[in-house]
Design a protein around this ligand. Structure first.
Ligand code: SAH
Ligand code: SF4
Length: 397
């Protein structure tokens, strides 16, 4: 059964139109500089930044008052100058399978607009995956993806990316103190063990903020999710892939979806700019690949479009020599789509060809379908409402 919680009993720290900037999302150096703005003498800035970092990212506090090893007058100055920002939780939906989806409203941008994004938590027996967004909407227009139909687009700040992880930790009670106090700790030790940048947006079109966010999320003195457990998914922004390898160093997932340029052009229009051969050449160069560190190739199963036996065989040929695994994703339909999901037997036959060629290819069971939380279904409801309202207004004009 789906449950929708609208007004949460413990509202996150959010003050509309608060002029104070948030400390969440600042790199360690930027945080030390911020200490300077709150009057901390230069020699103490790094030390104070380290303390504040620990409170924000390890302890998960939402107020300066809780930072008990910092003197009261500095706490007050910090409180006058900054906030520890969390987005506003507009709604929290919980699927019958335990998947949770949050609709988050961001602080106003420079034009005063308050955008919304979605974050999804997928609990499994041996892991818990948090799927986070990197942009509001997406500038790309993959024809099978709901997010790609959303007109409104802007990059998320590093703080807005990191705050999704912090909000999820608040809601599933996954801070170290919660786990320590928990009489039934989760089997994997934590509730959120993996992060995937597979929500809304193309992360490599928001490179710098994504890079800072991953640096913060993987910092061992804070949120502490190792880069091996963080996967960046791209539709194939080829020139940024070597940079991602050199500067970000997370795991990589490629949204392939087609085995010929003709098919992929139709599904992922970016392929016209960066065709399959160039994309796979960039993958071959990705640093640190081995059997234990593979690239994930995502492949959405679309009936009669990319799901033939010939496609499966071509896929095996294309991936030759790349340490790879394949995620076959049953297509998740959305209102108005032209596609259908492949039949179950077709998916099984396809997976068998890959398995026989030595590629582990789990079929990703769709999760949270009842709350439209599955891959490619994310598109904020309020955006749709606004569009509908606009249409009504236009019709009336
Ligand atoms: N923009 C990035 C990351 C976000 S999309 C990318 O494209 O990789 C995350 C994954 O969901 C991608 O593999 C995308 O192709 C897939 N996806 C999009 N729409 C889908 C749908 N309707 N059904 C199943 N998977 C979908
Ligand atoms: Fe954007 Fe990824 Fe959707 Fe394509 S699949 S429109 S790149 S979010």
């Amino acid at each position: 059964m789906t449950s929708l919680v609208n007004r949460l009993e413990a509202p996150p720290r959010y003050i509309p139109n608060d002029p104070r900037p948030s400390l969440v999302g600042l790199t360690r150096q930027a945080l030390a500089d911020a200490m300077g703005r709150a009057g901390v003498p230069e020699k103490q800035r790094r030390m104070r930044a380290g303390q504040v970092w620990h409170w924000i990212y390890h302890r998960g506090v939402t107020s300066f008052a809780e930072m008990t090893n910092i003197a009261g007058d500095l706490r007050q100055r910090l409180d006058e100058s900054f906030v520890i920002g969390r987005p506003e939780i507009v709604s929290e939906q919980i699927s019958s399978d335990g998947t949770r989806k949050w609709l988050l409203r961001l602080s106003p941008d420079e034009r005063g607009a308050r955008h919304e994004i979605e974050t999804v938590y997928i609990p499994e027996e041996d892991r818990g995956t948090l799927c986070i967004s990197s942009q509001v909407g997406c500038t790309l227009t993959c024809t099978f993806c709901h997010t790609g139909t959303q007109k409104l687009v802007r990059n998320l700040t590093a703080g807005e990316i990191v705050a999704q992880v912090m909000t999820a930790r608040d809601r599933v009670k996954d801070w170290p103190r919660d786990i320590e106090a928990n009489p039934n700790p989760p089997p994997a030790g934590r509730y959120i063990t993996n992060i995937v940048l597979m929500g809304m947006g193309e992360p490599l079109y928001n490179f710098d903020n994504v890079k800072d966010a991953i640096e913060i999320i993987s910092d061992g003195e804070g949120l502490s999710l190792s880069k091996r457990r963080i996967t960046l998914s791209t539709s194939g922004v080829v020139p940024e892939i070597p940079r991602a390898g050199a500067e970000i160093g997370s795991m990589l997932a490629i949204s392939l979806h087609g085995t010929t340029d003709e098919i992929r052009n139709r599904l992922v229009p970016l392929n016209r700019k960066y065709p399959i051969a160039e994309l796979l050449a960039a993958c071959r160069q990705y640093p640190g690949l081995s059997n234990a560190r593979r690239i994930t190739f995502e492949y959405v199963m679309l009936k009669g479009v990319n799901d033939s036996l010939a496609d499966a065989k071509r896929l095996v040929q294309l991936l030759k020599g790349i340490p790879a695994k394949v995620n076959l994703i049953p297509f998740n339909p959305w209102p108005g789509t032209q596609y259908e999901c492949s039949d179950w037997e077709t998916i099984e036959t396809f997976a068998e060809v890959l398995n026989r060629a030595g590629y582990a290819s789990p079929v990703r069971t769709p999760r949270g379908r009842d709350i439209m939380a599955a891959c490619g279904q994310l598109k904020s409801e309020s955006q749709k409402l606004r569009a509908r309202e606009r249409m009504a207004l236009e019709a009336g004009a």
